[in-house]
Structure formats: structure tokens, C-alpha cells
Ligand binder design. Structure first.
Ligand SMILES: [Zn+2]
Length: 108
């Protein structure tokens, strides 16, 4: 067994696991049952994804890197300047009032 990914949350871990499995790599998730028991504490590093066959490391690493870079390019939710509605990332217009949203990419 080889640890390939430490997830910030179970959602991310599940996504990585699905990608590995769909690439025909044998993988398992560990630590997902801990998150409920410790309540509000941060779970970073507790939820991990493991490759069953260490030989798959290079393939698995590519999948994990792809996932991470995709994650970085997703915009965080933003607040509409017109109506204060919270809009999920990657939208240009507010779905509530139709206002144009500030382009957060410019602020980086
Ligand atoms: Zn709005």
C-alpha cells in the first residue's frame, strides 16, 4: 500500500478515489470514519487515499496532480455587488438580479 493523497475533506478524497478507480488503479480511502467522531476539528491529513499497488505510483501521481491543478483554477464563491447574493465560482452574472459580478481573477 502506498499513500498517494491527503485530502482536506472527504469530498475531495472521494473524487480522487473515483478518478484513480476509473483509471483502473486499485485504490482505497482511509480515515473517512474519523471525521464524524471529531466534530468540528479540521480533518486535513486524516482522510487519505492509498494505492493498493505501489507500482501504480507514477500513474496515480499524474491523476492527483491533475485534480489539484483543476481545483486551484476553480473560483471561490463571490458576493453580488447588487443584491449581496452569494454566487458560486465561475459565474459572470448574478442569477438573482442579473448584475455583472466583479472578476476576482483580476484581484490576484
Ligand atoms: Zn445580484
Amino acid at each position: 500500500m502506498l499513500k498517494i493523497y491527503e485530502a482536506e475533506n472527504q469530498f475531495d478524497a472521494q473524487l480522487v478515489l473515483d478518478k484513480l478507480l476509473s483509471a483502473d488503479l486499485e485504490a482505497v480511502m482511509k480515515g473517512q470514519f474519523l471525521s464524524g467522531a471529531i466534530g468540528e476539528l479540521p480533518t486535513a491529513g486524516l482522510i487519505t487515499v492509498w494505492l493498493v499497488h505501489p507500482d501504480d505510483e507514477s500513474k496515480g501521481q499524474i491523476i492527483v496532480e491533475e485534480f489539484e491543478s483543476h481545483k486551484r483554477h476553480t473560483n471561490p464563491p463571490q458576493k453580488c455587488p447588487g443584491c449581496s447574493e452569494i454566487i458560486e465560482g465561475n459565474f459572470i452574472l448574478c442569477w438573482n438580479c442579473g448584475d455583472e459580478l466583479p472578476e476576482i481573477a483580476k484581484s490576484f
